[in-house]
Design a protein around this ligand. Structure first.
Ligand code: HEM
Ligand code: HEM
Ligand SMILES: [Fe+2]
Length: 443
């Protein structure tokens, strides 16, 4: 690392690892429940497990993004963070709000709006926390010597992500209105501003790892930002097909969301092109694997598997089924899980001064997690198609269908075990690195 204050990033990454591990525990609880083994039902019913699983996911990803920003911004702006003390306070309060929310879910203290289950009073604490974070980042950029395109795209993504949290806090009595604005958060996050954050981190990693000129890499970044906004904003319409909004959304949503894979395709081509152009001399090969991996797997999970159910004619059947879970897993993993693991894999040697670049454990972590996730995606997909057929073509009841498809969850659990072994290896490596040290600062 080049700046002392970059060390803050380590602690955000550590919290992200902890939350990821916890997320998987709740995934298994649900996987077993789907198989018919719902022994914990009295204490952790399915709805609680689901809310905890998805919220922990969002929080570990956001924590990873924050860590990434604390690592990248000083280096790009060429100055120390304005306050590391405030950054640590922000970390601790973030963890406290997260713990409060998760405990609350176990006692039915929640709002029941998928992904936005956090009750309003806690929402305000989130807002204060995120404002503190943005304050530190913006002040650092302002104070710094340079404002690079990479740092600006990353920061823009973070600022918009914070702003877009607000529509989810407006109170409506009407279900349609509530859904309408819930998607401003959920959709415009993952298919809009988070893509900017991903693009910013990806550009940073490619600049460092491939050694290709910044100008070349940042030109691509403009194209990706353009494609993202062009398709993603009106693409929100793919959630408005049958929720009580106007018919026009069938056309708008269908067309624009079908264009969304282009931004992900752009990112995949971008990463591969820079890899081929680069000198390939950077020793951190495992960070390169995660970087190229995120570009490719996000295209498959978000782009292709999103496209698979985005047209209104298809979505009419697949909406809210395990087909959605199929896409949700690979998209979240490929785009946002893997980009966070990529920046961690890249920064750990620099933060700690230990050059544990490529060894059997981290190669195992990369392949096992990806093969496991691919298997899980297929298992969800097969179960989902069976569910759609039985429930929506044959007309069987929801509960009866769930019993019919229990068998698919055996494979899901098997693949989840592979996935988890990969994540366990990744976390083992993380712990092995040890804590960041000032001795790692480059001159
Ligand atoms: C990294 C980017 C993406 C992530 C993380 C992601 C994740 C998700 C998640 C978690 C859901 C379920 C949301 C909910 O029901 O509350 C969802 C729904 C959906 N996604 Fe994506 N997605 C991404 C990109 C895309 C793209 C590019 C497309 C289209 C080409 C797409 C099409 C859809 C559709 C149509 C639904 C609604 C499914 C339903 O009706 O049940 N997604 N996505
Ligand atoms: C041990 C590994 C995991 C297992 C066993 C697992 C299992 C599950 C199950 C059973 C569901 C509920 C599906 C339903 O509604 O019936 C679910 C939901 C979800 N999981 Fe996982 N999961 C795992 C890891 C992950 C990871 C690593 C991610 C993201 C990177 C993830 C993202 C999601 C999302 C976004 C949903 C909501 C999907 C939707 O809205 O339809 N899961 N998971
Ligand atoms: Fe969407």
């Amino acid at each position: 690392m080049k700046y002392k204050s970059q060390k803050v990033a380590y602690w955000f990454f550590a919290l992200a690892m902890l939350l990821l591990a916890l997320q998987l525990v709740y995934g298994f609880i649900m996987g077993f429940a789907h198989m018919g083994y719902d022994g914990l039902h009295q204490f952790i019913p399915f709805n609680t497990a689901r809310a905890v699983h998805t919220n922990l996911l969002v929080v570990w990803i956001l924590t990873g993004f924050m860590g990434a920003a604390y690592y990248i911004i000083p280096e790009e702006a060429e100055c120390e963070l304005v306050s590391t003390k405030l950054a640590y306070i922000q970390l601790i309060t973030l963890a406290l709000v997260g713990v409060a929310a998760v405990i609350g879910y176990h006692f039915n203290y929640w709002e029941g709006r998928k992904f936005l289950e956090i009750p309003r009073p806690l929402d305000w604490l989130v807002v204060i926390n995120v404002l503190t974070f943005l304050g530190i980042i913006l002040a650092t950029l302002f104070k710094g010597k340079k404002r690079t395109t990479t740092s600006l795209v990353l920061t823009m993504g973070l600022v918009f992500a914070a702003l877009l949290y607000l529509p989810g806090m407006i109170w409506f009595d009407n279900q349609t209105m509530d859904s309408f604005f819930r998607w401003w958060v959920v959709h415009l996050w993952v298919e809009g501003v988070w893509e900017l954050i991903m693009g910013g981190i990806l550009a940073f990693l490619l600049i460092k790892i491939t050694g290709v000129d910044r100008e070349v890499i940042e030109k691509w970044l403009y194209i990706i930002v353009g494609l993202t906004f062009l398709s993603g904003i009106l693409g929100t319409g793919h959630h408005y097909y049958y929720i009580g909004t106007g018919k026009m959304w069938l056309i708008i949503g269908g067309i624009f969301s079908a264009l969304e894979p282009l931004a992900f395709l752009g990112m995949a081509l971008f990463a591969l092109a820079m890899y081929r152009k680069g000198e390939k001399r950077h020793p951190n090969k495992i960070a390169l694997s995660w970087t190229l991996g995120t570009a490719i797997v996000s295209f498959v999970g978000a782009g292709l598997l999103g496209l698979a159910h985005t047209l209104p004619q298809v979505n009419m059947y697949t909406h809210g089924t395990l087909v959605t879970a199929m896409h949700g897993h690979m998209a979240f993993w490929g785009a946002y899980g893997m980009i966070v693991l990529a920046i961690i894999a890249f920064s750990m040697p620099n933060l700690t001064g230990r050059k544990r670049y490529t060894n059997n454990t981290n190669v195992f972590a990369f392949w096992m997690s990806n093969i496991g996730m691919l298997g899980m995606t297929v298992a969800f997909g097969v179960a989902g198609v069976a569910q759609v057929y039985l429930e929506r073509k044959v007309g069987m009841d929801f509960g009866d269908v769930q019993q019919e498809i229990q068998v698919h969850f055996f494979i899901l659990i098997l693949c989840a075990v592979l996935f988890t072994s990969g994540i366990a290896a990744y976390i083992y490596e993380f712990v092995k690195y040890g804590k960041p040290t000032d001795e790692a600062i480059e001159n």
